[in-house]
Ligand binder design. Structure first.
Ligand SMILES: Nc1nc2c(c(=O)[nH]1)N[C@H]1C(S)=C(S)[C@@H](COP(=O)(O)OP(=O)(O)OC[C@H]3O[C@@H](n4cnc5c(=O)[nH]c(N)nc54)[C@H](O)[C@@H]3O)O[C@H]1N2
Ligand SMILES: Nc1nc2c(c(=O)[nH]1)N[C@H]1C(S)=C(S)[C@@H](COP(=O)(O)OP(=O)(O)OC[C@H]3O[C@@H](n4cnc5c(=O)[nH]c(N)nc54)[C@H](O)[C@@H]3O)O[C@H]1N2
Ligand SMILES: [Mo]
Length: 696
């Protein structure tokens, strides 16, 4: 078959990129941009090269049952009939022994934007029909932000559409690496356009990223986990120099005065001057003053935070202060401004149906970051008891903090199943491994984190006996007596037709032909009505205003006034490790495929000053050690990272040598699952380490 069909890159970078697959002789030979996406919606190599993952030689093609110890990688091929029977029996045995709800649903980051083939929704839907499950109450991505934002802003969605940047006079990317992380297909083009207009784009990051180099006009370095201190100092300058928007603050915020007193040194703690912050953050005081003046004078200003600033100890306060800054400058809810809250899911999706998850009869949840701790400690740790795991679309043994602990957790389970395309680090720990399809092997509707949805056509046949997660779970459900409840008698096509029939999409055939439906308003500004008239459109917070400090925050377990909770470096481990996303990987995916591997960087970034102090040259093999583990990798000596900070990208699968050291460069061998409180979010964006020449 020769054809050109719209597909949608369905990955967790929030890309939501409209792509076009070219088929020749029934094979995908090229993937490029879908012209129907227009000039601003452009894909990236992770989408353009997706066929390399689709046709990878090591795809799983047959169901596997474990034949050696967990983690040994020894499996034997079994028929689908046997595999499905084993899964049903294994789950049933755990129910019989421990009662309902002792099964953990793991994963969810793969294909998570699909209306039907959303691995997280499919897994929860299935498990809730067979007695319920332990689910995740938050995510590795955004736990602290999702905790804080409703307290401060209530239920209304606080994001902005990328096209609003055409009205911005200043853009601050605060720990947001849009070039590599995408975070929504349109941002890069909109940022480029703004920069071309002469708008300053300030990038605040411990690393000089591609975003800083290509989209930024200035790189402001900051030590990881210290953004709250930097923000307090910016507020200090704004207040000190009379650059705050006092009428806006009075009308829109509650508790700002307590923050003002704190910042100016009239309450407990030092005055948060730029000189004070320079010591904490490593950011030059003069640059902090300049940043504050820009924020105070150029209106409107969009402050767009990444998720990294809250995946750190004290991340909740960084989230609070980013919003407080946008209140102080009157930028919240304003066209060309922003609320300072996360844009990740920050605005509603177009109105289109999707697979529903019935209520969880077990109604038990744990924070994502705590999954291994919960498996290991159960009720003794205050968690629900967990005895089995059904892993669909995740690779938490590689992606969760503290690999050694994750492995211990997986090995302590009575029964575990993994659906995946590859024999991942997580799959290796499971009893049954089932080969799943790739998104190019399924039809789906894909949500995008913006005001458009995509249709993604099936353009390839699954290899061997691989099947979709939907079909796999439907078969297990059938054996467990709830097949009809799971499928409601519908196949893929029937579901997708129904989702569109119940939607704002006027013409299904046109949607399938172009592959894209755009909502009417592409310049939405969350909280705009509140900003314009707070009395008529109050927030759903106790005060109806932004809760900057005070009782609502205390009730939620937050400090009354946002604070800088910074972990001081220790003598034993004086360097701070950041583990950011890699451009050519999506978490643990793609990095092992030869084309990606050849272009991928796995070296530890280290500043020349820190390298010299340790006798390291560019390319030297190093051993990175943390309280959790040790990693051997080459180093890259570069001024693109702040002194005192080192960086190793996440997503490499661990490979341990006889001494228990990782030799692949797997960042999570070094990270800890210590949560930030009270949100219990992950803290992988700042880890104390030491670096030494390897072999010493
Ligand atoms: N290529 C690619 N893109 C992705 C993903 C991927 O795996 N690969 N994953 C997606 C997912 S699930 C998510 S949640 C998102 C968002 O994920 P984020 O958490 O925003 O992404 P990171 O790469 O961890 O961090 C973004 C930038 O912040 C910097 N940084 C780290 N710590 C700090 C800090 O304490 N303060 C400041 N100011 N900066 C800091 C890092 O150096 C990095 O350049 O990315 C998505 N996009
Ligand atoms: N050190 C460090 N660790 C991190 C982060 C960090 O910044 N630093 N970021 C964290 C964040 S924000 C996140 S969201 C997590 C993500 O963590 P995970 O969700 O575990 O990430 P992936 O590695 O993408 O796992 C997805 C798995 O699903 C498989 N898969 C893909 N499509 C399908 C499908 O259709 N069906 C099935 N059954 N399987 C499929 C893939 O092959 C892959 O093995 O990682 C976290 N871990
Ligand atoms: Mo994430």
């Amino acid at each position: 078959m020769n054809a050109r069909l719209p597909v949608a890159c369905n990955r967790d970078c929030g890309g939501g990129c409209p792509l076009l697959a070219t088929l020749e002789g029934g094979r995908v030979v090229r993937i490029g941009n879908n012209p129907a996406g227009g000039p601003f919606l452009r894909g990236c190599p992770r989408g353009f090269q997706a066929a390399r993952q689709l046709y990878a030689e090591d795809r799983l093609t047959r169901p596997l049952a474990r034949s050696g110890p967990r983690g040994s990688g020894r499996f034997r091929e079994v028929t689908w009939a046997e595999a499905v029977r084993r899964v049903a029996d294994g789950l049933q045995a755990v129910r019989d022994k421990h009662g309902d709800g002792a099964i953990l649903a793991l994963g969810g980051s793969a294909s998570c934007r699909g209306a039907l083939h959303d691995t997280g929704a499919l897994n929860a839907r299935f498990l809730n029909l067979v007695g319920g499950h332990v689910g995740e109450s938050n995510s590795y991505s955004s736990a602290a932000a999702r905790y804080v934002q409703p307290v401060m802003l209530g239920r209304d969605k606080p994001g902005v559409d990328p096209a609003t940047l055409r009205h911005s006079e200043l853009i601050v990317l605060w720990g947001a690496n849009m070039m590599d992380c995408i975070m929504g297909c349109e941002w890069r083009a909109r940022l480029r356009q703004a920069k071309k207009r002469g708008v300053p784009v300030i990038v605040i990051d411990p690393r000089r990223t591609e975003t800083a180099k290509q989209l930024g006009t200035q790189w402001l370095p900051v030590r990881p986990g210290t953004d709250s201190a930097l923000m307090l100092a910016v507020l200090h300058v704004l207040i000190d120099e009379g650059l705050t928007d006092e009428p806006f603050i009075a009308a829109h915020a509650t508790g700002f005065e307590a923050l003002r007193r704190r910042v100016m040194g009239r309450a407990a703690g030092p005055s948060t001057t730029p000189a004070w912050a320079e010591q904490v953050c490593g950011t030059p005081a003069a640059d902090i003053v300049a940043l504050a003046r820009e924020l105070g004078r150029r209106k409107p200003a969009a402050l767009l935070p990444g998720l990294s600033i809250q995946r750190t100890c004290g991340g909740e306060d960084a989230v609070r202060l980013a919003i407080a800054l946008q209140v102080a400058t009157g930028n919240l809810g304003r066209l060309g401004g922003s609320s300072g809250a996360q844009n990740w899911g920050g605005l509603p999706d177009p109105d289109v149906g999707c697979l529903q998850v019935p209520q969880n009869p077990a109604s038990s949840e744990i924070p994502a970051n705590d999954w291994a701790d919960a498996v290991l400690r159960g009720s003794a740790g205050g968690y629900p008891e967990i005895h089995a795991a059904l892993n669909v679309g995740g690779n938490y043994v590689c992606q969760g903090a503290d690999v050694a602990k994750s492995v211990r957790a997986m090995q302590s389970l009575e029964f575990s199943v993994c659906h995946d395309l590859f024999l991942t680090a997580t799959a290796r720990q499971c009893d049954v491994v089932l080969p799943a399809t790739h998104w190019l092997e399924r039809n789906d509707i894909v949500f995008t984190l913006a005001n458009y949805v995509l249709f993604s056509h099936k353009v390839a046949e699954p290899p061997g006996e691989a099947r979709s997660d939907y079909d796999i779970l439907a078969d297990v459900a059938e054996l467990m007596g709830c097949g009809d409840a799971f499928t409601e008698g519908k196949d893929e096509d029937a579901w997708l037709r129904e989702f569109v029939a119940d939607s704002e999409i006027p013409d299904d055939e046109e949607f399938r032909r172009t592959g894209i439906h755009s909502g009417a308003d592409q310049q939405r500004v969350g909280l705009a009505a509140f900003a314009a008239d707070p009395a008529a459109h109050p927030l759903s917070t106790p005060s109806g205003k932004v809760e900057v400090s005070g009782a609502a925050c205390v009730d939620a377990g937050l400090a009354a006034v946002p604070e800088a909770r910074v972990l001081p470096p220790t003598a034993q481990r004086p360097l701070q490790l950041v583990t950011p996303k890699a451009r050519l990987r999506i978490h643990s995916q793609l990095g092992a495929l030869p084309w990606f591997r050849e272009r991928d960087e796995r070296a530890l970034w280290i500043h020349p000053r820190d390298a010299a102090a340790r006798g390291l040259d560019d390319g030297s093999p190093v051993e990175v050690s943390s309280a959790q583990g040790r990693v051997l990798c080459p180093c890259r000596v570069t001024e693109d990272v702040l002194p005192g900070v080192v960086a190793l990208t996440a997503g490499v699968e661990p490979e341990l040598d006889e001494a228990g050291r990782d030799v692949a460069g797997a960042a999570n061998v070094l990270t800890s699952d210590r949560p930030t409180l009270p949100s219990r979010g992950a803290t992988m964006s700042c880890v104390a380490v030491e670096v030494a020449p390897a072999g010493h």
